[in-house]
Write a protein that binds this ligand. Structure first.
Ligand code: NAP
Length: 339
């Protein structure tokens, strides 16, 4: 029987997908946004028939205000909200503090409200970094923070570690698990989309003239949403303490470009064909912040297996090629890319 679930970060790409699925299944959904007066009208436009089934609360990750109200009456929490900016902040704490403290705040208020299950949206960022000699990863792996990875990666690793420690010490009966997606692509609702989809946008809209020698694991938004809902619904013994990486497969950006050209040639006119030599990528990193981000990733394989999640939660991944096709078609259909 459907109950009441708090989804934090209702304005987000993944948060929106989780809300969409829960409402479709008859759940009552509470969601937190930073400013309900600003965001609620947009959420109501997206789910015009939700009525009382959707309740929107103002609650920032950095403040206690609003969290008690948002959790009241909830059976479970999907804690999705966390900063995921395009730019790298100068100070890693700008991401670590809201990610970690926001997660602990969400946990504490959930526990006080008697919430029985808590699903944290972590990331493959908490799995696959800081281990230079490894290129295949799974749910048992942890990012090594002693290697001082970039701030976002630190923020997700610290937040997941902190959540697991907090539950072990303070709420051992709470059913806790994490969803650890790799790069999430898929249909977009509007132009307020995630940093991850920006990558596909940049490939298609011509902002990347040469293809750098980097790759990434891909997962589909619809599978990430499905994984959250299944983690909320599966028997406690199936999910307790689990980590659920969602990942279909690793692709080089040049393979992504080839796929887009093959699957949606009508929108591939600006998709780059020529490779960027590594020396040029390193040189550009001297003065281009976005190149600085990928400099350390040149030639790296970080192949995160999502098989454990498929087996435990019982769904099948959408092939990455289909995900890319659907992402591009959606970006064009929404007028975000004119390709
Ligand atoms: P997104 O669209 O940028 O969503 C992030 C959400 O977090 C937004 O609702 C944002 O609210 C909220 N948020 C950020 N800082 C906040 C704060 N201080 N207080 C309250 N809310 C705050 O990104 P997304 O892709 O959906 O990411 C959602 C989650 O998935 C994040 O935890 C991210 O780390 C994780 N994840 C994403 C990917 C991916 O490839 N997309 C992969 C792995 C994990 P505003 O709208 O007000 O900014």
């Amino acid at each position: 029987m459907a109950g009441t679930v708090l989804v934090t970060g209702g304005t987000g790409y993944i948060g929106g997908e989780v809300i969409d699925r829960l409402l479709a299944k008859g759940y009552t959904v509470h969601t937190t946004v930073r400013d309900a007066a600003k965001s609620e009208p947009k959420l109501r436009r997206r789910w015009p028939d939700a009525g009382e089934k959707l309740k929107v609360f103002s609650a920032d990750l950095l403040s206690d205000d609003g969290w008690a109200e948002a959790n009241a009456g909830c059976d479970a929490v999907a804690h999705v909200a966390s900063p995921f900016p395009l730019d790298v902040p100068k100070n890693a704490d700008d991401l670590i503090i809201p990610a970690r403290d926001g997660t602990l705040r969400a946990l504490e208020f959930a526990h006080k409200a008697g919430v029985k299950r808590f699903v944290q949206t972590s990331s493959a960022a908490a799995i696959a970094y800081g281990q230079p000699d490894k290129d295949h990863f799974d749910y048992t792996d942890w990012t090594d923070l002693t290697a001082n990875p970039p701030p976002y990666i630190q923020s997700k690793t610290v937040a997941e570690r902190a959540a697991r420690d907090w539950v072990a010490q303070n709420a051992p009966d709470m059913v806790f698990c994490s969803i650890n997606p790799v790069a999430v692509f898929g249909p977009v609702y509007d132009d307020d989309m995630s940093t991850s989809v920006e990558m596909v946008k940049k490939i298609v809209d011509g902002s990347i003239p040469l293809i750098p020698n980097v790759g990434i694991c891909i997962t589909d938004l619809r599978n990430v949403g499905e994984a959250h809902v299944r983690a909320l619904e599966a028997p406690a013994e199936t999910v307790r303490g689990e980590r659920f990486p969602t990942s279909q497969k690793f692709m080089w950006i040049r393979e992504m470009a080839d796929t887009i050209r093959a699957r949606v040639p009508q929108h591939a006119g600006k998709v780059p064909t020529r490779r960027m030599p590594d020396w040029l990528a390193k040189f550009l990193a001297l003065f281009m912040p976005e190149m600085r981000q990928i400099k350390g990733e040149l030639g790296n394989v970080r192949d995160v297996s999502g098989r454990h999640t498929e087996e435990k939660l019982g769904f099948t991944y959408i092939p990455a090629e289909q995900t890319l096709e659907d992402t591009v078609k959606s970006l064009v259909a929404k007028g975000i890319v004119k390709a």
